[in-house]
Design a protein around this ligand. Structure first.
Ligand code: PMP
Length: 332
């Protein structure tokens, strides 16, 4: 039998690790950086993993049947993955997105037949985000209490509280990294949004080798939306989680697995995103640039000379062409 897949769910995962040789040369780095290219997933992001896992899990538990509507709240990639898997399995999808994410995200979800809504336009979520300084865990909890508890019309996947988020990264992303490096890895670098990627793969890798350092990447102090600065340009998909009170950290994030948090400003993330396109021919999104910038900082530390760093690049740059990500030229 040849190799013919029967559904997009079978195409998820087993993404490649690429040695960023030219980027290393550009900076004269003495550590190796291997990029896990999550845009090789069927809908171009790491979130295809959790979308597939959360929907399969809901099916196994008898929570959904074809024709039902699946709801998710997202910075975009999870929504795209969910809308695609939902389409392929006969579910409807309704996706709330953060207000300022790229237009491609809305268009992709609608292409799969999904309904898109903006957080800010929803009276409950919008108000809760404003009063909490943009805390999603708080806003989503409010929506659950005030809206979802009164309806059975939709099934909410709830990536921030769904065990399959961390779980699928522990079962797939972590083992893939371990196998592809043959265990020769010293540092894992990944951005944190829900925290599922780093918590699941970090847990697996630490079980294999307890001295692997886990480095979490989050937006820098000047790149975080909050009550005083609601208009700052953030980094789509990642959030500062180490500063939150415990009850506002997503359950998908295990803070204790992290050895170091690195804050990256949006402008540094943009520059790294543009550089990697030019050095190694890799077109990735802004949070990938943030993770890469942090990986470079790790590679430049004298104590990391000769070490092997794996950095997770979550999505494709094609999802950002309508933004200025590849247009600003002030650093050149
Ligand atoms: N980058 C992008 C572009 C994302 O969409 C996400 C998910 N929100 C992340 C990084 C962070 O991944 P995780 O939610 O697994 O922490």
């Amino acid at each position: 039998m040849g190799k013919i897949y029967e559904s997009i769910s079978e195409l998820v995962g087993r993404t490649p690790l690429l040695h960023l040789q030219q980027y290393e040369k550009k900076y004269g780095l003495k550590a190796s950086i291997y990029a896990k290219l999550e845009y090789y997933n069927p809908n171009q992001s790491s979130k295809d993993r959790i979308a597939t896992a959360m929907i399969s899990d809901a099916e196994k538990r008898g929570k959904i049947k074809p024709g039902d509507t699946i709801l998710e709240m997202t910075s975009g990639n999870t929504g795209i993955g969910v809308a695609a898997v939902a389409a392929s399995k006969g579910y409807k999808s309704k996706i709330y997105l953060e207000d300022d994410v790229s237009e491609e995200r809305f268009q992709s979800i609608r292409a799969f037949g999904g309904e898109t809504l903006r957080f800010g336009e929803d009276p409950v979520i919008g108000e809760a985000l404003r009063e909490s300084g943009n805390n999603f865990v708080y806003a989503i909890q409010k929506y659950k209490d005030e809206v979802l508890s009164k309806t059975n019309d939709v099934y909410f996947l709830d990536q921030d509280h769904n065990d399959e988020n961390m779980g699928i990264h522990e079962r797939t992303t972590g083992p893939e990294i371990w196998e592809d490096t043959e265990g020769d890895i010293d540092i894992l670098v990944a951005g944190i949004g829900t925290g599922g990627t780093i918590s699941g793969s970090g847990k697996y890798l630490k079980k294999k080798k307890d001295d692997i350092r886990i480095v979490a990447v989050q937006p820098g102090l000047n790149s975080r939306k909050n009550l005083e600065h609601p208009d700052v340009e953030g980094i789509t998909g990642i959030h500062a989680l180490d500063i939150l009170p415990e009850e506002r950290v997503p359950h998908s994030m295990n803070l204790s697995i992290v050895d170091e948090f690195i804050n990256v400003e949006t402008q540094d993330a943009k520059i790294a995103t543009r550089e990697i396109a030019k050095t190694d021919g890799i077109l990735v999104g802004l949070s990938s640039g943030a993770a890469l910038y942090a990986a470079r900082l790790e590679a430049e530390k004298p104590e990391n000379e000769g070490k092997k760093i794996v950095v997770v690049l979550p999505d494709s740059g094609l999802r950002y062409l309508s933004t200025d990500l590849f247009e600003d030229r002030e650093e050149e």
